[in-house]
Design a protein around this ligand. Structure first.
Ligand SMILES: *Cc1c(COP(=O)(O)O)cnc(C)c1O
Length: 381
């Protein structure tokens, strides 16, 4: 494969392991946990992140994110935890965007104090507000864009420049965009994270995570990863590599469907508001256009009948009311009943999460079938 190949070609061929024994077309699985230590510099072991299938998949993900190197983990949270704790020590401080995936917020709130690591959740997308919270011991700035569940978009170049100015490490959770729609490394961000459970896996049947960065940062992360564990099983590594072959096709279909759905919902009398970076009415639409190649398959909307969110999802026949996202099938969930259910209604209001809010992961089905399902549910409500 040529280095300047297109993104879909890269999804199919990057990191291929050649089957020299039998000349098969696809990457063979090497499930061994025991490798010879004779006549090798570093012997292979799955927890050392250096087995053949892990290296092949890491290469694929690194190429998709235009990074030198990557690592694959047993979950998105394992990737997030490892990327942070590989660089942090007690006494350090971290700046977090406050609108983050709920599990990331939980990790910070529950675990950081135990290790005397200080943090600030910045309730703004403005660089100047991050600057106000900067301390002499700030080490990392951590963002998510578009964010969960309100699809807020933050200025990647602005964050990267700010991070460089103060010698911080910049980290982004790029899960919602996927490497097809956004490559944060192009804007100078240091470390790119994925919950591969979502778009990279894409079929709601794999739990995995990934980190992509420079070789020097990845080497540093491996030093800690070996102690934390958290590698993915070789069988799942193989399945994830197989899944990524269609990533570009899937995400492009999801971009297209989601933009049409967002416009459809925006013109619907039962809907109060729609959050989608591809809509001209989105407050950061112009910024999104400069840093995203497509606007993604995720959107959120608020029902006018605030108390009917659960009833609405029960009426759907094609779109499944399930947790998680990024699969080929359209799925929907109510943040106030799921990810944010443990937060008080008042606090949820502050975060902009009303009871009528629904988060929609648009699938690859034929567009009209998705629209028809929504229409029949609105009519029955
Ligand atoms: C799901 C998700 C995670 C966590 O990933 P797991 O694979 O569930 O551990 C992190 N960030 C975002 C944006 C997510 O959607």
């Amino acid at each position: 494969m040529k280095k300047n190949s297109g993104i879909t070609t890269k999804c199919v061929h990057s990191g291929d392991l050649i089957d020299d024994n039998y000349k098969g077309a696809i990457t063979p699985v090497y499930p061994s946990t025991a490798y010879s230590y004779l006549d090798v510099e570093d012997y292979k072991y799955p927890r050392y992140f250096n087995t053949p299938n892990q290296l092949a998949l890491s290469k694929k993900i690194a190429q998709l994110e235009k990074c030198e190197s990557a690592l694959v983990f047993g979950s998105g949270i394992a990737a997030i935890f490892t990327s942070l704790f590989s660089f942090l020590k007690s006494g350090d401080h971290v700046l977090f965007q406050s609108s983050l995936y709920g599990g990331t917020i939980n990790l910070v709130i529950k675990e950081f104090k135990k290790f005397s690591i200080d943090y600030t959740l910045v309730e703004s997308l403005e660089i100047k507000d991050f600057e106000l919270e900067l301390k002499s011991n700030t080490k990392i700035i951590y963002i998510e864009s578009p964010s969960n569940p309100l699809l807020q978009v933050i200025d990647l170049k602005g964050i990267a420049d700010f991070s460089k100015k103060y010698n911080l490490i910049s980290v982004i959770d790029n899960t919602f965009a996927s490497p097809i729609n956004q490559n944060p490394i192009d804007f100078g961000i240091d470390i790119v994270l994925h919950s591969a459970t979502k778009y990279l896996g894409g079929h709601s049947d794999i739990l995995a995570g990934a980190i992509a960065s420079s070789s020097s940062k990845i080497e540093k992360i491996i030093e800690s990863s070996i102690n934390y564990g958290g590698n993915l099983s070789e069988y799942t590594v193989w399945l994830l590599e197989r899944s990524i072959k269609t990533l570009s096709l899937r995400v492009k279909a999801q971009n297209e469907n989601a933009l049409k759905i967002a416009k459809f919902l925006n013109n619907n009398d039962s809907v109060e508001s729609v959050y989608y970076p591809g809509l001209e009415t989105h407050p950061q639409h112009e910024l999104a256009k400069t840093q995203m190649k497509g606007f993604g398959g995720m959107l959120s909307f608020v029902l006018k009948k605030e108390d009917k969110a659960a009833d609405f999802t029960r009426l759907l026949k094609l779109i499944k009311p399930v947790m998680s996202l990024g699969g080929v099938e359209s799925t929907i969930c109510s943040p106030s009943l799921t990810s944010h259910s443990k937060i008080s209604k008042e606090q949820r209001k502050i975060y902009g999460i009303s009871d009528g809010l629904l988060r929609f992961s648009v699938g690859i089905e034929d567009y009209i079938d998705i629209e028809n399902d929504l229409t029949q549910a609105f009519n029955s409500l």
